[in-house]
Ligand binder design. Structure first.
Ligand code: PDD
Length: 284
């Protein structure tokens, strides 16, 4: 069945949705994006994604083409027109189409695209019951990972490298420390303390991360925001990753070293439960 895609103010069948070959998103990866999950037809953490979109655009000196209220209306319209119950809404804003030039064009109109991905039972993912295995690979991405740009070739290669090593996903390592996963934030748990990389330009400031750390602190769990090594992760009691698409996903092995008894740990499972419950309540 054809989806309804949003392109620059129009809702079109996906076959009719087109952008220019001169679009800077296509030519320079000059574009930012957001992925928001939908559970029961409602948007999870929408305000956080809207705020980060605004920040990413600002860092790249791009105008935000819509207000937060307009973004919300478009997201809701996409849910309605696609009959989306559980799944994801992908949104991308590019600097627009202009004759190819490294300098930013003086006046380009941003290209705005949204599409949905239906994922029935997204919150009941079988992987959350078994946990995933991660393999470490060098983090050779650019230096502004706090901006959510569509430069995703290296994360894509890292994920493929991890799969070749028999793992499900990659953990990226820079200067001896784990930065984050290929498309998620990374955590370890030792002696009840949750450890995750501190915010900076080295990682994406995950919207799920912010919510999960808030819930963890509210539940009196100890949180340390600092870098950790692969060796420290291999000696941890448990580990997990967070993202808008995976929520809280337990990690059961790091570079072949099995954590605990090789099944999802209690902290990851509890945080997944709290996150899903609270986020569903706050969904819009
Ligand atoms: N990825 N780190 C990276 C590099 C990411 O790409 C993502 C999200 C995250 C988690 O951020 P959030 O909790 O806001 O989703 C961390 C999305 C899901 C993607 O690219 O599909």
């Amino acid at each position: 069945m054809s989806r309804i895609v949003y392109v620059n103010g129009e809702y079109l069948p996906e076959e009719a949705a087109k952008v220019s070959v001169f679009d800077r998103g296509f030519l320079f990866a000059d574009a930012v994006y957001e992925v928001t999950s939908v559970l029961g037809g409602k948007l999870i953490d929408f305000a956080g994604h809207a705020a980060r979109l605004s920040r990413s655009l600002g860092e790249l000196e791009m105008e935000n083409p819509l207000t937060e209220a307009e973004w919300l209306a478009v997201h809701r319209e996409m849910v309605a027109r696609n009959g989306l119950e559980d799944g994801l809404i992908y949104l991308q804003v590019t600097r627009g189409a202009a004759d190819r030039d490294f300098a930013f064009p003086e006046a380009a109109t941003p290209t705005v695209v949204l599409f949905t991905q239906s994922k029935p039972g997204l919150a009941e993912s079988p992987a959350a019951k078994t946990g995933i295995k991660v393999a470490s690979v060098p983090d050779i991405r650019w230096g502004r990972r706090d901006i959510k740009t569509v430069q995703l070739l290296y994360p894509s290669m890292a994920k493929m490298a991890a799969k070749k090593l028999g793992a499900d996903d990659a953990w990226l390592v820079e200067d001896g420390f784990v930065t984050e996963g290929s498309s998620n934030n990374a955590y370890i748990v030792k002696g009840g303390t949750i450890v995750t990389r501190n915010l900076g330009t080295e990682i994406l400031h995950g919207i799920t991360r912010a919510a999960v750390l808030r819930f963890a602190r509210e539940a009196q769990m100890k949180v340390e925001e600092r870098p950790f090594t692969v060796e420290e992760a291999q000696g941890a009691d448990e580990a997990f990753v967070t993202s808008a698409s995976a929520f809280v996903m337990p990690v059961v092995a790091v570079d072949g070293a099995v954590l605990g008894d090789g099944t999802p740990g209690p902290v990851a499972l509890r945080l997944r439960e709290i996150y899903l419950e609270e986020s569903r309540k706050a969904a819009v």
